[in-house]
Design a protein around this ligand. Structure first.
Ligand code: SF4
Length: 197
């Protein structure tokens, strides 16, 4: 077994958040969803699995995934090719819902337990897609807002692309910021194709 395979096995067996999740409205159990190999060239660093991914056990099997694949210009086969794409959210399990039915934040214990061990193993990355504020903060540092971070995308490209979350909750944001689709996405898609080639 490789170091990476051992790490994946350990993450899948992790139950550190069992009590925390049992106390949420959904009262669910931890189900870590992992999707990575050491050979990956593109990292998708998201927030945490939602309820649908908790059921499917496969990342981005939801409308957010459809939108993200469209943003990247990737087919489903390419998106789920682990030799090409590693999907490493800031928590590997669905955190549950808040009283307002929004997803709870990714538990910080996940990042402190796993991410500093996992990221150095992804040594072939050429492109990092950083989805949402938690991934921005971990991978880029600092406390800049999502709006400012995405607006300053040229400061990070072509290696990193900070993006908003592709959730339906951000549809209004996308309408208010037409430069995102008109300017950022064409550059991002070209960079993805460059890395694939
Ligand atoms: S969210 Fe992370 S730390 Fe918590 S149980 Fe899942 S894998 Fe473990």
């Amino acid at each position: 077994m490789t170091k990476m395979e051992g790490l994946e096995q350990d993450i899948r067996a992790c139950r550190l958040c069992a009590e925390r999740f049992a106390a949420t409205a959904t009262g669910h159990r931890p189900r870590p969803v992992t999707w990575f190999r050491a050979s990956a060239r593109i990292l998708i660093a998201g927030q945490a699995p939602g309820a649908r991914v908790h059921e499917s056990g496969k990342p981005f099997t939801d409308p957010s995934g459809d939108r993200l694949r469209d943003w990247l210009g990737l087919s489903e086969a390419q998106f789920y090719d682990r030799d090409l794409v590693a999907i490493v959210p800031m928590a590997f399990c669905f955190p549950g819902y808040s009283a307002k039915k929004a997803d709870l934040p990714p538990p910080a214990i996940c990042r402190s337990t796993w991410h500093d061990r996992l990221m150095p193993e992804l040594s072939r990355l050429q492109l990092r897609i950083l989805v949402g504020g938690y991934a921005h903060g971990y991978h880029l540092g600092g406390k800049t807002s999502v709006q400012a971070r995405v607006a300053q995308w040229r400061d990070h490209a072509p290696q990193d692309f900070p993006l908003p979350h592709p959730s339906w909750r951000n549809t209004a944001w996308l309408k208010r910021n037409p430069w995102f689709e008109a300017e950022l996405l064409p550059v991002l898609r070209a960079r993805v194709q460059e890395v694939i080639a």
